[in-house]
Design a binder for this molecule. Structure first.
Ligand SMILES: Nc1nc2c(ncn2[C@@H]2O[C@H](COP(=O)(O)OP(=O)(O)OP(=O)(O)O)[C@@H](O)[C@H]2O)c(=O)[nH]1
Ligand SMILES: [Mg+2]
Length: 251
């Protein structure tokens, strides 16, 4: 089994992309399954094969421990990790070729507490990869791009999986996708634009950040639209390079 975790900031398009990936693999004639790891999801654009909400109920957690919505989600995420054995049993019973994992809306709950890295490393699969979504609707400026790149690097560090960067919602991106790809391929150009947007005293901070990110450049970022399907084949090929070491999708 190959396993793909879909990560990204709140509302960046994780759930819809997870659905599209599942459809894509299905159309390729392999057997995919969808795991929802977001206990706070009220509605999903797909019917999950395995659903953490069958194990952890945020509203009951809030009531039982007298927590607000954020405290409830924190605890629900931690409780998810404690249910790994049961969730793994359900995955094994389905036994897909590809498991697509939709993660909690608040990426910081997944990545920065111990539950996400624990689930990412503890789940049993032959190979694993992550997709990190740069929310196209937020990519209107070079400084936004650099900020989200930092978040992506930090999350990669925490989750510890090889990662494919995706520009999500490419059909409604806040800047032309070619311009965003320019920021990804050329650190100096991104820095220049970001510095021009930033107040003077931010310049040295932005310079230091860009210098530190030099190792990360050029970044590969794949524009994908879950609305039109554009870019799905490129995303699958990038995932395949990690999951199947370059082979096409296979069962
Ligand atoms: N136009 C367009 N809209 C999209 C695309 N992907 C997602 N959306 C819309 O963006 C909104 C959020 O999408 P979701 O898939 O729920 O995003 P998410 O990251 O799972 O959201 P949370 O789990 O709530 O953090 C929905 O209204 C989607 O229909 C896309 O590629 N193009
Ligand atoms: Mg979601």
């Amino acid at each position: 089994m190959r396993c793909v975790f879909v990560l990204g900031t709140a509302g960046s398009g994780k759930s819809l992309l997870a659905h599209r990936l599942h459809q894509y693999y299905n159309n390729q004639g392999v057997f995919p399954a969808l795991l929802n790891l977001d206990p706070g999801a009220e509605s999903l654009p797909y019917a999950p094969d395995i659903d953490v909400r069958d194990h952890v109920d945020v509203v009951s957690v809030m009531r039982r421990y007298e927590l607000g919505p954020n405290g409830g989600l924190v605890m629900a995420n931690d409780m998810t990790a404690a249910r790994l054995d049961e969730i793994q049993g359900e995955i094994d019973a389905v036994n897909p070729d590809y498991l697509v994992v939709d993660t909690p809306g608040q990426v910081e709950l997944f990545a920065y507490r111990s539950s996400g890295p624990y689930l990412a490393s503890g789940m049993s699969a032959d190979t694993k990869a992550a997709v990190f979504l740069f929310d196209g609707a937020m990519m209107g400026s070079a400084s936004n791009y650099i900020s989200v790149s930092l978040l992506a690097a930090s999350i990669r560090l925490r989750v510890g999986l090889p990662c494919v960067n995706v520009l999500s919602k490419s059909d409604i991106a806040a800047a032309p996708p070619d311009r965003i790809l320019g920021w990804a391929s050329d650190a100096a150009a991104a820095l220049e634009e970001a510095a021009a947007e930033a107040p003077g005293r931010m310049y040295s901070l932005i310079s230091a950040i860009a210098a530190g990110m030099d190792e990360e450049y050029p970044q590969e970022i794949i524009p994908v639209s879950s609305a039109t399907g554009d870019g799905m084949a490129d995303l699958e090929a990038a995932l395949s390079r990690i999951l199947n070491m370059g082979e096409e999708v296979e069962d």
